[in-house]
Ligand binder design. Structure first.
Ligand code: C2E
Ligand code: CA
Ligand code: CA
Length: 940
């Protein structure tokens, strides 16, 4: 065991040794603050010897202390002080030191002990640490995003300048020591703190994107990474960084919008969209109609055009790709694909995709289904071919002209007429190939079709290549483009030379008497109508004169027909000579002549004309070597006093003539009202007719129309009968004119129509071949407004079809100038009702109008048929009518066929139907019924 150390000597020695060994400098000062002891470490620290130091005090080694300061200090024993200062070494170097001083009291005197520790190494270390901190800060400040470190309590330890900027602060240091709650709105800060806690508790890195709609200066998106921070196993808190990704987000958003748009386009796109490589490999396929693909999408991808398409289609496809790869685009190539749903056609539009290098461009291909269009084109081509071959084989000359009137196309029939090849006409104007005169006519007609855009027809007379005169009915039809302008005019010329020749012949035959060369009754009637029209327009007086030779029959019988003919010719000649040039002299039949006297001043001057006519017969006629005196009777009626229409005037002239005859021959007589009982008769008829309908006095009879070759009854004509208790059976020829004049015909006609429709419906019901019932329509009825709706209603009411009815009208209606009749007839035809011209041949202008009107049937007048087997002239006329009807595609019914010879003649010349007593008289409906569709064999 060691001895106790509480003896003075050993304790001092020990202390001294410890002080000498101590690493810190130790100074002992007396109350005058002079060093009285320094240890070895003090000498080593300051570079002074012990003796040198013992002559100094603290102001000598500490630049921060002065003697007066030091000596003014108040100290008491036991006071302790610690401070940091610097000591200056002998060489003048300043050394940082931490000083701890104590004040002691020994034997009544105060002493100071201070211990100075050299802290220069520690300071150097601290300086280094600060420098590193600054370096780190500088690095962090360079980052363009927010970086921070927070301790586990969320207090910011490190933050960079970007973070400060984000918090709207100048310096990053301003953030240190703060929490998010000091910097941002509370709800944000709470969510940050929650995020920090999450990474701390999970120990994982967390990445979040956040949207800050209220960010000052505009909404922002940020991306924030948080991670727990450990050092040597201790949790130091969290580190994080955050960056502004608003731009990226915007770009992403834009991209998404573009993609959505693209998707929308693809969804709405009826076409197939491919991305293909230049070699034709399918890289991508989009379609909403997978049935349009040659194979399923999966089968296509990665494969090549050649693997999927037919060799021809693949070749076309590849050429489109190649073209697009070279030039950027390719349009309009069409390929054929056999899809599961059948063969389809696709039009390709290819474009090169923009790529940074054009080394291996991808191509976007739109494949559009154009099957419908291709089919339409094919159908059009077929149609076009069909029509072209129709036109090419048509016997009608057909040509198309451009607005310069140059020929664009001519068919072979046209070229043949010109004696050229079709192509040789192309580019020429009409005057350059059909002769100047006809050419100019055609050119001006063409020009007016171009100008008016309306179809027109003209009759063109020209000379063909063989030198023949040709008459063509040329129809010019405008052809329009989409904007409705006339781009060309189609001319179709039908050769009607033959038709015209016939017409001329008929005209001559129909209007002139072959024996005397005078106008016949037809022409007389026509001129009469004309005369009345002119006289009423100019308010003139006009006269109608009927001249009948007395005892002609007697002469004919005694002297023979030749003498009779000679007499007629000579009489005609004298008559002609006795009147003025513009008067018309006509032979009305047999020995009856008619004279029209337009422009007479008064009745007296008429008397003078009569005298002249009579004088013509004063001289004798030389007949077969004898002089024969022949007198004549003359009757005259005067327009307007004796009548205002031709019938009336002729009838009145006629009755005046008979009256003259009755009064003794060779006289003349003017018509006067009391000449005939007509007026009274008419009145009686009119009164009777007014009640006829109500009293059921009217009936319809039907006369069969028979097919000449078979005798089969194919139709019938409804004929009105009136049986009046007082007047008896009145013939229609008597009462119908009265009914027309009195306006009763409209009601009566309506009744007739209804009865006839009812009969037609009954007879046609059992589905046999159609039995058409013909109904006579008087002019008055046709011109009554409301005919069409009434007709339609009657059809409905009676259950009769339009095709079972034919309407018979008279030729004179076709003279109508203002087109109303044409309109009505066209409307009737469009209803399906056929039109017949009754008593054909007795009118005038009908011939030239026939083609213009929608006429289905011609009924040759009974007067023609009657003499068809006895009169060569009449026979010729009937044949001509039959051939015209054939030309115009009209049916012919011969009226009033009474003999087998007539029937045979008609059959031999192509007449189809006949009506007449030979087959049947008009029959009551009950008798007609069993004859519908039956065969009627004529007797004998
Ligand atoms: P129409 O239209 O020319 O009628 C034919 C006339 O010829 C009928 O005279 C008929 O009986 C008669 N007929 C038929 N076959 C022969 C024959 O072989 N020989 C002879 N000599 N005559 C024959 P109908 O019935 O006296 O009628 C006379 C005219 O009265 C008709 O001539 C027609 O214009 C008119 N008519 C008759 N019914 C009507 C009607 O319902 N409405 C109108 N508006 N007129 C009618
Ligand atoms: Ca008739
Ligand atoms: Ca008739």
């Amino acid at each position: 065991m060691s001895p106790p150390l509480n003896t003075a000597l050993p304790r001092l020695t020990l202390l001294e040794a410890a002080l000498a060994q101590c690493q810190d400098a130790i100074f002992l000062e007396d109350d005058q603050r002079r060093f009285v002891y320094v240890n070895g470490a003090a000498c080593r620290l300051l570079g002074y010897s012990e003796d040198e130091l013992l002559a100094m005090g603290p102001p000598d080694i500490d630049p921060h202390v002065t003697w007066p300061q030091l000596l003014a200090g108040t100290w008491a024993a036991g006071d302790r002080r610690g401070f940091h200062t610097h000591h200056r070494t002998r060489s003048g170097q300043l050394i940082p030191v931490d000083v701890n001083g104590t004040c002691l009291s020994v034997a009544g005197r105060l002493y100071f002990v201070s211990m100075a520790r050299n802290v220069s190494e520690r300071e150097a270390h601290q300086t280094e640490l600060k420098r590193r901190d600054r370096q780190l800060q500088a690095i962090l400040d360079v980052f363009p995003f927010l970086v921070w470190w927070k301790d586990p309590q969320g207090v910011i330890q490190v933050a960079n300048r970007e973070s400060a900027r984000w918090a709207n602060l100048e310096e990053a240091s301003a953030l240190i020591g703060k929490t998010d709650f000091d910097l941002v709105p509370e709800d944000w800060a709470a969510s940050y703190a929650e995020g920090d806690q999450r990474v701390i508790s999970s120990g994982q890195v967390l990445c979040e994107e956040e949207f800050h709609p209220d960010f000052p200066g505009g909404a922002k998106w940020t991306e924030t990474w948080r991670s727990p921070l450990h050092l040597d196993g201790d949790l130091l808190g969290t580190v994080g960084f955050s960056r502004d990704i608003t731009d990226r987000k915007q770009t992403e958003h834009d991209l998404q919008q573009i993609l959505a748009l693209l998707q929308g386009v693809i969804d709405a796109f009826p076409d197939v969209l491919f991305e293909v490589s230049r070699e034709g490999r399918y890289l991508n396929v989009w379609t909403k109609n997978p049935e349009l693909l040659a194979a399923s999408r999966e089968q296509l991808l990665g494969r090549c055009l050649d693997d999927v398409l037919s060799p021809e289609s693949a070749a076309i496809g590849r050429s489109a790709l190649e073209e697009a790869a070279l030039t950027g685009q390719s349009f309009g190539k069409v390929i054929r694909i056999d899809t599961p749903s059948g063969t389809r056609w696709f039009e390709l539009s290819v474009s090169r995709m923009a790529s940074p290098d054009n080394h291996d461009p991808h191509l976007i291909t739109v494949s559009r289904d154009v099957t419908a269009r291709m089919e339409l084109q094919a159908a059009l081509a077929r149609e076009e071919h069909k029509y072209r071959s129709l036109v090419e084989h048509s016997p009608d000359a057909t040509a198309r002209f451009d607005p310069q009137l140059k020929c664009l196309y001519a068919n072979p029939a046209m070229a043949d007429q010109m004696g050229r090849l079709p192509d040789a006409l192309v580019g020429l104007r009409p005057s350059e190939f059909i002769g100047t005169q006809a050419g100019e006519v055609l050119e001006s007609a063409l020009a007016s079709v171009f100008a008016s855009a309306e179809r027109s027809t003209l009759e063109l007379h020209w000379h063909n290549a063989r030198g023949q005169t040709v008459c063509s009915m040329v129809t010019l039809s405008p052809e329009f483009d989409a904007a409705n302008t006339v781009v060309s005019v189609l001319a179709v010329g039908r050769d009607i030379s033959e038709l015209r020749a016939y017409q001329d012949k008929i005209h001559q035959m129909a209007f002139y008497d072959p024996l005397t060369g005078l106008a016949n009754r037809v022409l007389f009637n026509d001129r009469l109508t004309q005369m009345i029209a002119e006289a009423s327009w100019h308010q003139h007086v006009a006269g109608v004169m009927i001249v009948d030779m007395d005892r002609f029959k007697q002469i004919n019988d005694t002297l023979g027909h030749a003498a009779g003919d000679e007499l007629l010719r000579e009489a005609a000649h004298r008559l002609r000579d006795s009147v003025r040039g513009y008067d018309t002299v006509a032979r009305l039949g047999g020995d009856e002549f008619g004279v029209l006297l337009p422009q007479v001043r008064d009745t007296e001057s008429l008397g003078r004309v009569v005298q002249k006519v009579q004088a013509a017969f004063d001289r004798s006629f030389a007949l077969t070597g004898r002089d024969v005196i022949v007198s004549c009777s003359i009757g005259i009626s005067v327009f307007p006093q004796d009548g205002t229409d031709s019938d009336e005037l002729v009838r009145h002239a006629d009755s005046a003539m008979y009256s003259a005859k009755r009064l003794g021959r060779n006289g003349f007589r003017f018509y006067s009202k009391d000449l005939t009982a007509t007026a009274q008769e008419r009145l009686t008829l009119e009164q009777g007719l007014r009640r006829a309908l109500d009293r059921n006095e009217l009936t319809l009879h039907y006369q069969p129309k028979v097919a000449l070759h078979s005798g089969v009854v194919q139709g019938s004509e409804a004929l009105l009968r009136w049986c009046n208790p007082v007047l008896g059976n009145v013939p229609p020829n008597q009462f119908i004119p009265v009914a027309e004049d009195a306006g009763l015909i409209v009601d009566i006609g309506a009744w007739v129509l209804q009865q006839a429709c009812r009969a037609a419906a009954e007879w046609n019901a059992p589905h046999q071949p159609v039995h058409k019932v013909a109904v006579n329509l008087s002019a008055r009825q046709l011109q009554t407004p409301g005919l069409l709706p009434h007709l339609a209603q009657t059809l409905v009411d009676t259950g009769c079809q339009a095709a079972w009815i034919e309407l018979e009208i008279t030729e004179s209606l076709l003279l109508d100038e203002d087109g109303r009749v044409l309109q009505t007839l066209e409307a009737l035809r469009s209803m399906g009702i056929t039109i017949a011209i009754d008593d054909f041949g007795t009118g005038y202008s009908a011939l030239s109008y026939l083609a213009r009107f929608p006429i289905d049937t011609l009924k040759i007048d009974r007067s023609f048929i009657q003499s068809v087997t006895t009169d060569r002239y009449r026979a010729e006329l009937v044949r001509a009518i039959l051939s015209i009807a054939r030309c115009l595609n009209q049916q012919v019914v011969a009226e009033g066929v009474e003999t087998l010879e007539q029937a045979e003649f008609l059959l031999a010349h192509g007449c189809e139907l006949a009506q007449g007593y030979l087959y049947s008289r008009p029959l009551p409906q009950t008798d007609m019924a069993p004859r519908v569709g039956a065969v009627l064999t004529p007797p004998g």
